[in-house]
Write a protein that binds this ligand. Structure first.
Ligand code: NAI
Ligand code: AKG
Length: 446
């Protein structure tokens, strides 16, 4: 912000705002009380970075507050003829840098607070990655495993009918997240196109044969590997090739990250999912494990590894621990058990403020979510660009551009971290806050 003030004086537009003192740190006991609120956790991290920037209070409020929250009730007739209702949400956090962008989560625990937190993370992620989007997130409170494919399709089409006036290729562009996938995106695109004409750019993460992009499915995992490579290099720890990895979550992000770590010569010694965990100290054969899961078998039944308690996954000794599942898993209770040198946050919000503090005190370096998993939305941006151009890029081109984006974003975060002596998370938020603030001030408020 000091740079901004010097270069343009745009903050003058906010002169009616009384310059605020730095936000004070939230006391330890408060952190523990708030551990269950995802949005409070996200706001805590943002406020840590705001302390470095000394923005006026009103500007801080603008940056923290979502611009629009949509709550709808979806009703479907199930295959057995019964009626069922579901709560659905779309939170649009900030569009100062471009159309709102962010995934759709289908999970029984989705609620407004969750979606609010995830929408905010998207704003900072798109800014960290320097792609011209804002931040949003959506979700339906549903266990997709309990619905038939036909029911899931109906539910997705109902969601589009309910929110179609608040989304669009130049307004808000959803994508897959936990529990949703390319098929869900295909239904979404089809339903939206019934109202607005052919609109592949309304969602990303579509099937490749239906205006999707090569490389999007693997992009978040691949980006995680590029991010890890840069971090290991910068910290003098060497290469992926001689490192041991443990991964929590073996869905889209976790399984692709595992496969690509393995391709780079890394040893993935343990992985878990919602049902179990498997361990092999010599490294799991990830391609074989993915085939095993694709056949519908349990992770823990993989014969080339030892089934272990999934509750122990975070405490396995390794070089790099990759949470790639859900929020809040590294917290006041578990952070002390982590036996890794690095935590690479492929999931959104896997570490609570209390957990983060404990890792920091123990000298464990954390690569933050708003950078680490930014490969997904980066390739979503590439997909959107291809849709607007009615043109397809080769996978090699997509992956090369992804690599460049991850490398450049890391270099900038690393530089801020070094110059200001900040943890990587705070440095990433500083970079993102500066970029979003600059956009707001240049666009104006009236
Ligand atoms: N799909 C994407 O492109 C992106 C996803 N993310 C984030 O990455 C994380 C994972 O997302 P996806 O892989 O897409 O979801 P997914 O639905 O494909 O997979 C989630 C995985 O986590 C596992 N899981 C759930 N609860 C667990 C628990 N308690 N312990 C261990 N494993 C558990 C599930 O069994 C599954 O293997 C989420 O935080 C998501 O927001 C972030 C950026 C983009
Ligand atoms: O690909 C996208 O647009 C967003 C993916 C997402 O939801 C995320 O990065 O958390």
């Amino acid at each position: 912000m000091h740079a901004l003030r010097r270069s343009s004086g745009l903050l003058g537009r906010l002169q009616h705002c009384v310059a605020a003192p730095c936000l004070t740190s939230v006391p330890h006991s408060e952190l523990q009380k708030r551990e269950n609120s995802a949005s409070a956790n996200t706001n805590y991290f943002i406020k840590e970075a705001l302390k470095e920037l000394e923005y006026p209070q009103k500007l801080q409020r603008l940056l923290l507050t979502p611009q629009r929250e949509v709550l709808v009730e979806l009703v479907i007739t199930k295959d057995n003829g019964e009626i069922e209702t579901f709560n659905a949400y779309r939170v649009q956090h900030d569009d100062s840098r471009g159309p709102y962008k962010g995934g759709l989560r289908y999970h029984p625990k989705v609620d407004l607070d969750d979606v609010r937190s995830l929408a905010s993370l998207m704003t900072w992620k798109t800014a960290v990655m320097d792609i011209p989007f804002g931040g949003a997130k959506g979700g339906i409170s549903v266990d997709p495993k309990l619905l038939s494919e036909r029911e899931l399709e109906k539910l997705t089409r109902k969601l589009v009918q309910a929110i179609k006036d608040t989304i669009g290729p130049q307004v808000d562009i959803p994508a897959p997240d936990v529990g949703s996938n390319a098929s869900v995106m295909a239904w979404f695109f089809d339903e939206y196109s019934k109202f607005s004409g052919f609109s592949p750019g309304v969602v990303t993460g579509k099937p490749v044969h239906l205006h999707g992009s090569y490389g999007r499915e693997a992009a978040t995992g691949r980006g995680t590997v590029f991010a890890t490579r840069e971090m290991l290099k910068a910290t003098g720890a060497g290469h992926i090739a001689d490192k041991k990895f443990v991964i929590q979550g073996f869905g889209n992000v976790g399984s692709w990250a595992a496969e690509i770590f393995e391709e780079h010569g890394g040893k993935v010694i343990a992985v878990s999912d919602a049902f179990g965990a498997v361990y092999n100290e010599n490294g799991l054969d990830i391609k074989a494990l993915r085939r095993h899961i694709a056949d519908g078998d349990l992770l823990s039944a993989f014969s080339e590894g030892e089934a272990i308690d999934k509750g122990t996954i975070l405490s396995i000794t390794c070089d790099v621990l990759v949470p790639a599942a859900i929020e809040g898993v590294i917290n006041a209770e578990t952070a002390g058990q982590v036996e890794a040198k690095y935590v690479v946050e492929a999931a959104n919000g896997p570490t609570t403020p209390e957990g983060d503090k404990i890792l920091r005190e123990r000298g464990i370096i954390v690569l933050p979510d708003i950078y680490t998993n930014g490969g997904g939305v980066t390739v979503s941006f590439f997909e959107w660009v291809q849709n607007l151009q009615n043109f397809r890029w080769e996978e090699e081109e997509v992956n090369k551009r992804l690599d460049r984006a991850m490398t450049e974003a890391f270099a900038q975060i690393w530089e801020i971290s070094r110059q200001k002596k900040l943890p990587l998370r705070t440095a990433a938020f500083v970079k993102a806050l500066q970029s979003v603030t600059r956009a707001h001030l240049h666009r104006g408020f009236d």
